[in-house]
Ligand binder design. Structure first.
Ligand SMILES: Nc1ncnc2c1ncn2[C@@H]1O[C@H](COP(=O)(O)OP(=O)(O)OP(=O)(O)O)[C@@H](O)[C@H]1O
Length: 239
């Protein structure tokens, strides 16, 4: 489902667009100018698994999630996501693959001028779903996260917990096979954090592969699941 093999990442390296083909030598040129922020990462996340990504600030959690969500390509090594080796993928394969990956961030990243309904509808509209065929799915998602009474609310009118639940509904409305969450409870109080984690856990029970990044050992202790622990860009075992 997700397989990393000997993966390294340097931000100084020139990033050719994912899917574009160019010589390996050209890609490596200039790559040695900065230290690697991720080093020698090899792991496999089976389909349907739930995995914590644990590490202190700066350990490389967000960078690792960016590789998994195809926002970055590795400087070296192989990244395979949902059965596709992204190093060898053609450009036309990537939009389809990205639509199978849902992402949730600590700061929600909702569009502030769009209602809850329209934020959740956005990925379906971008994927070309006709207007007449998206309402039922959007309503179902907003009902699932407990916000069917807030369809017309704008993000600035909502609490942090409500905004994060809209963000989760938006991330899963396309029924992604892989859900990535980067400190999704970082801005929430304890009851809202529990509610958000319960929703993520429910997606996992429905078959979605889930990765949740956090610096909070306490959070991980509360929900038993395998953990990848990062320190200084390296994997240092679990928990
Ligand atoms: N766009 C970038 N350009 C250059 N260096 C970066 C960039 N993004 C992150 N880094 C560096 O990569 C390293 C890992 O950062 P990353 O954000 O992945 O860690 P993190 O574990 O997610 O931290 P946090 O919990 O604070 O978000 C850090 O040294 C950071 O300064």
């Amino acid at each position: 489902m997700v397989r990393f093999s000997e993966v390294g990442l340097r931000y100084g390296a020139p990033q050719r667009p994912l899917g574009a083909r160019r010589g390996e030598a050209a890609r490596q040129a200039g790559a040695a100018t900065r230290p690697e922020v991720l080093r020698d990462l090899s792991f496999t996340l089976p389909a349907g698994s739930f995995t914590w990504l644990l590490g202190a600030s700066g350990a490389g959690k967000s960078s690792l999630l960016r590789l998994m969500q195809l926002a970055l390509r590795p400087t070296r090594g192989t990244v395979e996501v949902l059965g596709l080796d992204i190093g060898g993928a053609r450009r036309w394969q990537l939009p389809h693959l990205r639509r199978r990956i849902g992402v949730v961030f600590q700061d929600f990243r909702l569009l502030p001028h769009l209602t809850a309904f329209d934020n959740v509808a956005l990925p379906l509209r971008l994927a070309g779903r006709p207007e007449g065929q998206l309402r039922a799915d959007v309503l179902e998602m907003l009902r699932w996260v407990g916000l069917d009474s807030r369809l017309h609310a704008l993000p600035p009118e909502m609490s942090g917990g409500e905004q994060q639940r809209v963000a989760i509904a938006r991330a899963v409305v396309t029924r992604p096979a892989l859900l990535l969450a980067d400190e999704p409870t970082g801005n929430l109080d304890a009851p809202q954090a529990r509610r958000v984690l319960a929703l993520v856990g429910e997606m996992n029970r429905l078959g979605t592969t889930v990765v949740v990044a956090t610096h909070s050992q306490e959070l991980v202790a509360r929900q038993p699941a395998p953990a990848l622990r990062l320190e200084g860009g390296r994997l240092v075992g679990d928990r």
